[in-house]
Design a protein around this ligand. Structure first.
Ligand SMILES: Cc1cc2nc3c(=O)[nH]c(=O)nc-3n(C[C@H](O)[C@H](O)[C@H](O)COP(=O)(O)OP(=O)(O)OC[C@H]3O[C@@H](n4cnc5c(N)ncnc54)[C@H](O)[C@@H]3O)c2cc1C
Length: 439
């Protein structure tokens, strides 16, 4: 009999792990609470057309995403385009997309621009960020970029990304982010961003098809109510109180969500040291392009959004049925906008988009949707490297989630890496069937 693994969560992590385990000859049953697979990378029916729930791009350097798509026969279906990045500061919009624009970046004095350029170079050249894990991000930025740049540029951006709570972050955050983004530019310095035709959902659907072809079972619309077992070993997955036995269980939920499913003595072995962010996106489909930029950085905090992203600079507008604009705000999970009536949130966020881009006319708006998620991303604080949760805390159980992504930035590329690590660990721990040795 081949060994069996039960997987909790049908996002990109759970699906990738299921596919990889099946390819190693392991039996897999995956449980996804929602009727639709994909989790955060999934799409929804936006007034008759599919659209990403949350804006997603693939970078040319995302080799794990592209490799996985290639294995599933989708490798030639990516489209990469140069994109523009904008800034909104003191009621002014300006582009900061090319090296030439960087040289005249109006937010900073010439001397501060030179320091910023050498900061970017330093991030690019630093291969290993371990030494930055105990270094305060703000102190590091003040030392490398100067106090004026921190006050004019970094603090407003951190404020908008972390909902005002960024004084305990490690320097690894900005190092990893700068390194990831600066590796993807074309000769003029513009960022290259990519789209898999049909969106990430196409990768999700291809994974689900292959999982079924390989004999795996996908139970969509089935919420796991518990993980059965104790500190001496996990034995199965409970749905509505009925336990299905498995040789091994992989839970892909974030630690606070996983803890609610685990036996008490198991949960006690995986203390959680992270904070979390939720997100709110108001999505507009318009007849015309609204923003010249793919991403807009907002340093004028009178507009309380994190960013405005017009995905149809990368996504084909013909496929989307118009131009898609995401007004996004990352928030603390207790933020009021996560529970306010949708119509109120939509009206406020649309108002901010109109202030940023007065050329947006209401008559051009075809459809509006509000997408929210209370917990989407862990925030690792100073010294976080030493507190990454144990991936295999008790026999028969593996926990793998975006909480294991560190010091990288959370994205599909990093998540596929976590799935691969989890699968390696599971194969080594499965009952002695020969699979572990072969792997
Ligand atoms: C606004 C935003 C923009 C992003 N942009 C990008 C981008 O441009 N590029 C990029 O690469 N990445 C991007 N990301 C990151 C990317 O979406 C995530 O890294 C990735 O989707 C995480 O996948 P996951 O499988 O770990 O988690 P999830 O997608 O959250 O999957 C977890 C799944 O578990 C299910 N679940 C929960 N409870 C239960 C239960 N009790 N029983 C069964 N199932 C359960 C959930 O329904 C969900 O489907 C973005 C994220 C956000 C929020």
């Amino acid at each position: 009999m081949r060994p069996s693994v039960g997987i909790v969560g049908g996002g990109i992590l759970g699906l990738t792990a299921a596919y990889r385990l099946l390819r190693q000859g392991v039996g897999v049953t995956l449980f996804e609470r929602s009727n639709d697979l994909g989790g955060l990378v999934g799409s929804f029916d936006f007034d008759g057309r599919p659209a990403d729930r949350f804006y997603h791009v693939v970078l040319p350097t995302d080799d794990r995403v592209r490799g996985l798509a290639g294995e599933l026969g989708l490798g030639d279906d990516f489209d990469f385009r140069p994109t523009l990045t904008g800034f909104y500061d003191r009621e002014r919009l300006f582009s900061m997309s090319t090296l030439r624009e960087f040289a005249t970046f109006p937010l900073l004095a010439p001397h501060d621009r030179v320091r910023l350029a050498s900061f970017v170079l330093r991030c690019q050249r630093t291969r290993n960020g371990d030494a930055l894990d105990d270094v305060s991000l703000l102190n590091w930025l003040r030392k490398t970029c100067g106090r004026r740049t921190v006050a004019r540029l970094w603090e407003p951006l951190l404020d908008s990304k972390f909902d005002g709570h960024y004084d305990d972050l490690p320097a690894t955050y900005m190092w990893a982010r700068t390194k990831r983004m600066s590796k993807t530019r074309d000769a003029a310095g513009r960022e290259l961003m990519g789209w898999l035709h049909g969106g990430y959902q196409r990768l999700v659907d291809a994974l689900a098809d292959r999982i079924r072809e390989l004999g795996g079972t996908i139970n969509a619309g089935v919420a796991v109510s518990g993980v059965a077992g104790s500190g001496s070993g996990v034995v199965g997955i409970a749905v509505d109180g009925a336990v299905q036995p498995f040789d091994h269980v992989l839970c892909t939920l974030l630690p606070p969500q996983a803890a609610r499913l685990l036996p008490e003595d198991v949960a006690a072995r995986v203390p959680d040291h992270c904070r979390y962010l939720g997100v709110i996106c108001v999505i507009v489909r318009a007849d015309h392009s609204v923003s010249p930029y793919y991403t807009l950085n907002i340093t004028d905090r009178r507009i309380p959004l994190t960013t405005v992203v017009e995905t149809t600079h990368v996504v084909d507008p013909a496929w989307a049925g118009g131009h898609l604009v995401y007004a996004a705000k990352y928030v603390d999970p207790s933020h009021a906008d996560l529970a306010r009536p949708e119509a109120d949130v939509a009206a406020d966020y649309l108002g901010y988009v109109e202030r940023l881009f007065p050329k947006l006319s209401r008559s051009a708006v075809q459809a509006v949707s509000v997408q929210r998620a209370r917990m989407v991303e862990p925030v690792h604080t100073l010294g976080g490297r030493k507190r990454i949760p144990d991936m295999h805390p008790v026999p028969g159980l593996s926990l793998a989630s975006t909480a294991h992504v560190y010091p990288e930035i959370v994205n599909g590329q990093a998540v596929i890496g976590v799935a691969d690590r989890a699968v390696d660990g599971i194969l080594r721990r499965l009952p002695d069937t020969g699979i572990a040795q072969a792997a």
